[in-house]
Design a protein around this ligand. Structure first.
Ligand SMILES: *Cc1c(COP(=O)(O)O)cnc(C)c1O
Length: 361
């Protein structure tokens, strides 16, 4: 039976490409004549290892990951890695954090437990509406690493450049914009993400790590929080999030088949422009973030009042659009338009916004 699917604007877990869901359904009961589903496989079986290796190879291909980098699949999402980063990469106790939103703040607070954190930028006083310019970043040349979050899921801002750090390794949380556009991996010491936004489903965290960055960790470090040990065991010291890795492989196949990250970027720019152009032409709605650093993934805006925001969300649900309510810390409205959201979905949202404006202005 086909059920009607809604347009899901959730920030995460979020919409998956319908082609991916169909493939997973098709392979659900009997994966490649194994006689079982991927969920039921031993992670050390040859059937599963082929899936695992394929996902890794596809990630390398799609993100154009150069030699000298390792891929780690891990449980605990992005948040666990907030803790792992200082545990693994502090050299002299010093690290720099650019705080441009809620998640970079959480990452910074975690690092404070392990060493001296310098705040290279703090956007709190301006409600996290902007991203610092290179000149505004106060970097310490002796820091072990510089951490920033490439896309601020809650506030709807995105870095449009990779900061120059004088050779200090950059560690970047790309949870909400990874796979949305090409990135030059070679500029980073480490890129990491929770998978449930643009890579697949919850339960999987991904890290892409420059080997040079690795160093022995303090002896008391828990085994699963040690990146080197994870790499030495090819992410299989214990049972990895096996089904989530399989879904990531399906998502990567889908992206690859559509022309890779260049093609994703073209589509994502087109979709975001439809929304932002309308928002800019309207006096009824206001965007949260400053124009220069608006996110292509999470579009945040408000109407004139909280009552109208609530009414907007309520009515949008009746129109088959869900999860448009802004994050509880910001309020208003947020449309998350990751890779899987079709252009037609964004057009439908804008048509509803126009009609809502007409009735309520
Ligand atoms: C969602 C999100 C996180 C948290 O991810 P978990 O996998 O739930 O730990 C961290 N950073 C960013 C940018 C996010 O969007």
């Amino acid at each position: 039976m086909e059920t009607k699917r809604v347009l899901n604007f959730s920030a995460g877990p979020s919409m998956l490409p319908v082609e991916v869901l169909e493939k997973a359904r098709e392979q659900m009961l009997n994966y490649g004549n194994s006689g079982m589903s991927v969920m039921e496989m031993s992670h050390r079986s040859s059937s599963y290892l082929a899936i695992f290796d394929n996902t890794k190879a596809l990630l390398k291909k799609v993100m154009n990951i150069p030699e000298g980098y390792e891929i780690v699949f891990i449980q605990g999402g992005a948040t666990q890695q907030f803790s792992m980063i200082p545990m693994n990469y502090l050299k002299n106790g010093k690290s720099d954090y650019a705080v441009t939103g809620a998640f970079s703040k959480k990452a910074m607070q975690e690092a404070k437990k392990f060493g001296d954190v310098r705040i290279a930028f703090d956007g709190a006083s301006n409600q996290y509406k902007d991203i610092p310019s290179q000149e505004e970043l106060q970097l310490d040349n002796t820091a072990s690493y510089v951490h920033y979050c490439a896309n601020n899921t809650i506030y709807g801002t995105e870095w449009k450049y990779v900061p120059e750090t004088n050779g200090v390794p950059i560690i970047c949380d790309m949870s909400s914009n990874i796979l949305s556009k090409p990135v030059d991996v070679s500029k980073y010491g480490m890129i990491y993400a929770g998978a449930q936004k643009n890579m697949g489903i919850a339960g999987l965290g991904v890290a892409i790590i420059k080997k040079e960055l690795l160093q022995p960790v303090p002896e008391r470090t828990p085994v699963l929080l040690d990146y080197t040990l994870q790499i030495e065991n090819d992410s299989m010291y214990n049972t990895p999030p096996a089904y989530a890795i399989y879904v990531l492989g399906l998502v990567l196949e889908w992206i690859d088949g559509l022309g890779g990250l260049e093609a994703m970027e073209v589509k994502n720019k087109e979709k975001a422009a439809i929304l932002y152009d309308y928002l800019d032409s309207s006096d009824f709605y206001k965007t949260h973030s400053n124009k220069e650093n608006r996110s292509l993934m999470n579009v945040t805006f408000v109407t004139a009042s909280k009552e109208l925001d609530d009414l907007f969300v309520k009515e949008s649900i009746k129109q088959g659009m869900t999860n448009l309510k802004g994050h509880r810390s910001v309020g208003g409205i947020r449309a998350s338009i990751y890779n899987a959201m079709p252009k037609a979905g964004v057009e439908q949202l804008v048509a509803f916004m126009k009609e809502f404006e007409e009735r309520n202005k």
